[in-house]
Design a protein around this ligand. Structure first.
Ligand code: SF4
Length: 388
C-alpha cells in the first residue's frame, strides 16, 4: 500500500521557482529583454529525471523545473494576450520545384520527397481556401509560394489573390511569403492590400551555411527589413532541430528581436525522407516547450506561434504549449498534412482558450462529436491480446 506520507522531496520540489526565473518573468511583464544567460538558463534546465547543470535551489543558476518555466511564460502570455489563440491558415499557391537548396525543405532543388508539385493557383481558388479557413476560425491567411523570390508577374498574381480574398473577407489578415523580395515588390504587395510578409531567419547566422548555400542569412534579414519599411507587418521566426546549439538558438532569437517582428513562428523540423535532413531527430517535447518559453521571454508582447511540426515534436505537450504560445496554424501545412482542424479547435476549447476574432461558440464541427464509448472486445475475457 502506498504511504502518502512517504516520498522525500527532491531538490527543488519544495523550493518553488529559482530566483532568476522569477526575475526574468518580472522583466518580461515589463517588456524588458532577457539577458543571454537568462535565455540559456530557460533552455538548459534539465528534465526532472536528469542531472542538472547548476547548483542547488538557492544558487544563482539553479535549474528550473519545466512547469515553473511554463508558469512564468504563461503569466507573460496572459498579460499581453489573455486567453486568446490566433489561428493562421496556410495556402500553398505554388508547390515544389524550387531552385534553392535549403536542406530542411521538401520543395528544394532536386527534391525526391514526392510532395505535390503544381504551378500558381488561380485567385478565385485561393479566395475559396480563405473562405473555408475563415469559417473554421482563422483570422489570418498566409499565401506562400516556393522559390527564391517572386518575379514581377508573380507579384501581380499574388496581388490579384489578395484582392480576391479582401473583397470577400475585408477583415481577414493576409500575410504573403514569397521568398527574397526585389526592389519595390514589398510596396506593391502593400498597395494590393497585403497586411504582413513572412520570411523566417530559420537559424543562427553562423549556422546558416550548414542549411543552405544558395542564399545567406543576411539576404533574409534584408528582406524582413524591406517588408517592414513598406509597412507590411513583419513575420519572421525559426526552425528548430537544424543542428543548432543552445547558443545558436539564443543567437537567432536575439537577431530576430533586432528586426522587431510582429509575429514569430517557431517551427520544428519535419525531416522529410529525400532531404539532406532526413532522419534528424534532435528534438524532445520538453526541449520544444522550453524553446517556446524562451521565445516568449524574448518577445513578451509579440505573437509567438507554435508552427509546423508541433504535432510531431510537442506531441502530448501541445495543450501546455498553448499557455506559452498564442498562435498556431490550423489544418495542413505546405506539403504535409496537419491534425484534423476539429482536433485543434477542441484542444483550444478544452484548455480554456478562445479564438481571436471569433465571438460566441466555436466554429461548427466538421462532423458529429464522437462521444460513444467503444465497447472493449479484446484482452481478458476474449481470445484477443490486450491493448497493453
Ligand atoms: S527557398 Fe523556400 S521553397 Fe525554396 S528550398 Fe528554400 S525554403 Fe524551400
Amino acid at each position: 500500500m502506498m504511504d502518502e506520507q512517504a516520498g522525500p522531496a527532491g531538490p527543488g520540489d519544495a523550493s518553488g521557482p529559482p530566483r532568476w526565473l522569477e526575475e526574468l518573468t518580472e522583466k518580461a511583464l515589463q517588456r524588458r529583454a532577457p539577458t543571454r544567460q537568462e535565455a540559456l538558463a530557460v533552455l538548459r534546465s534539465p528534465a526532472g529525471h536528469e542531472a542538472g547543470p547548476g547548483g542547488g535551489p538557492g544558487e544563482p543558476w539553479a535549474p528550473a523545473e519545466l512547469l515553473d518555466v511554463v508558469a512564468g511564460a504563461a503569466r507573460v502570455r496572459r498579460r499581453y494576450f489573455g486567453r486568446r489563440v490566433k489561428l493562421n491558415y496556410l495556402v500553398n499557391m505554388k508547390s515544389g520545384l524550387c531552385g534553392e537548396d535549403c536542406g530542411y525543405c521538401s520543395q528544394r532543388r532536386g527534391s525526391q520527397t514526392g510532395v505535390l508539385t503544381y504551378n500558381w493557383l488561380a485567385a478565385d481558388a485561393v479566395a475559396a481556401e480563405a473562405q473555408r479557413a475563415a469559417a473554421r476560425g482563422a483570422s489570418r491567411v498566409c499565401l506562400v509560394a516556393s522559390g527564391r523570390g517572386p518575379t514581377e508577374r508573380d507579384i501581380e498574381r499574388v496581388a490579384g489573390a489578395v484582392g480576391a480574398i479582401k473583397s470577400d473577407l475585408p477583415d481577414i489578415e493576409v500575410c504573403v511569403c514569397l521568398g527574397l523580395l526585389g526592389p519595390g515588390q514589398a510596396d506593391r504587395l502593400k498597395e494590393a492590400g497585403a497586411d504582413a510578409y513572412n520570411h523566417n531567419l530559420n537559424t543562427a547566422g553562423d549556422n546558416y551555411a550548414e542549411i543552405c548555400t544558395t542564399h545567406t542569412f543576411e539576404d533574409r534579414q534584408a528582406t524582413v527589413r524591406e517588408a517592414a519599411q513598406a509597412g507590411l507587418s513583419p513575420c519572421s521566426g525559426v526552425i528548430m532541430g537544424l543542428g543548432e546549439t543552445d547558443d545558436q538558438l539564443v543567437d537567432v532569437a536575439f537577431s530576430l528581436r533586432e528586426l522587431e517582428p510582429a509575429s514569430v513562428p517557431v517551427n520544428f523540423l519535419m525531416p522529410f525522407p529525400g532531404t539532406p535532413m532526413e532522419g534528424m531527430a534532435e528534438l524532445s517535447p520538453e526541449r520544444c516547450l522550453r524553446a517556446l518559453a524562451m521565445f516568449r521571454f524574448v518577445f513578451p508582447d509579440v505573437e509567438v506561434r507554435m508552427a509546423g511540426g508541433r504535432e510531431m515534436h510537442l506531441r502530448s505537450l501541445q495543450p501546455l504549449a498553448l499557455h506559452v504560445a498564442n498562435s498556431l496554424f490550423l489544418g495542413d501545412y505546405l506539403t504535409s498534412e496537419g491534425a484534423p482542424s476539429q482536433v485543434d479547435l477542441d484542444m483550444v476549447a478544452d484548455a480554456g482558450f478562445v479564438l481571436e476574432g471569433w465571438s460566441g461558440a466555436l466554429p461548427p464541427a466538421d462532423g458529429p462529436a464522437e462521444l460513444r464509448p467503444a465497447i472493449r472486445r479484446r484482452g481478458p475475457g476474449t481470445v484477443l491480446p490486450a491493448n497493453t
